[in-house]
Design a protein around this ligand. Structure first.
Ligand SMILES: CC(C)(COP(=O)(O)OP(=O)(O)OC[C@H]1O[C@@H](n2cnc3c(N)ncnc32)[C@H](O)[C@@H]1OP(=O)(O)O)[C@@H](O)C(=O)NCCC(=O)NCCS
Length: 203
């Protein structure tokens, strides 16, 4: 998780922060996705290996190998126990991994970030925007967050349109550091729970 994020930092009470950690520890599903298990490493590696999937995402392991994907899953299992992170996979009917969602949480600010991708065969048909909207609603209601902070590469037009379309507010630009130490510029957006409820209705 990038050190510059979230942009807006309103400290949560210790009780609220702990309630968020508990909600993360109890989470098992996100829409039609389930928690990633070690056995998903091969399928997740196959999904992530496509540059159309991994190139725009700075939070993925680099270099991307079967082993580093196993480590990625293991890290998220430990993050779930700590109440700060979750990794979900969406299984296709043929057993392939057709998408993943990476939820990162800053309990101390009641804030979180959603990353992820869909299989390229599903791109550009509206399911990314629908899935993201449902996931954001769950992060507010299910995890009890007050703020979402999202990033996108400067050339990631689909994610930019998705976030603008859902009413996220642009907050400028930060430098995002990848796991291999390289960096890239990212645009940043934020959405408060109050603004989400006003725009999309309370879930
Ligand atoms: C980002 C992603 C989840 C979006 O899902 P999707 O199903 O492809 O997107 P949608 O069809 O819901 O479209 C969302 C918006 O992007 C636009 N869009 C979709 N593909 C686009 C493309 N290739 N170029 C430009 N705009 C595009 C859509 O028109 C829509 O905007 P609009 O509502 O203003 O018309 C998906 O493309 C993906 O997995 N990309 C690779 C990984 C990634 O970038 N992840 C996000 C960063 S963490």
């Amino acid at each position: 998780m990038a050190g510059e994020l979230p942009i807006t930092r309103i400290p949560a009470s210790p009780e609220k922060a702990e309630a968020i950690r508990c909600a993360v520890r109890l989470a098992t599903r996100l829409g039609d996705s389930r928690l990633a298990r070690m056995e998903d490493a091969g399928g997740l590696f196959a999904l992530l290996s496509d540059p159309a999937v991994h190139a725009p995402i700075y939070t993925l392991p680099r270099p991307l190998t079967g082993r580093s994907v196993e480590d990625f899953i293991e890290t998220h299992i430990l993050e779930r126990e700590a109440g700060i992170g979750l990794l979900f996979v969406r299984e296709g009917e043929d057993g392939r991994v057709m998408g993943y969602s990476d939820v990162q949480v800053w309990p101390e600010f009641a804030a979180g970030e959603l990353g992820g991708a869909l299989h390229p065969s599903l791109h550009g048909q509206g399911s990314g925007a629908r899935g993201a909207a449902a996931s954001f609603a769950w992060m507010f209601e299910g995890l009890g967050l007050d703020l979402l902070c999202e990033t996108a590469a400067l050339d990631n037009v689909a994610t930019q349109r998705l976030l603008d379309g859902l009413g996220f507010a642009r907050k400028g630009e930060v430098t995002s550091t990848r796991s291999d130490g390289t960096s890239r510029a990212s645009l940043v957006w934020e959405m408060t729970r109050a603004d989400w409820d006003a725009r999309h209705g309370k879930v």
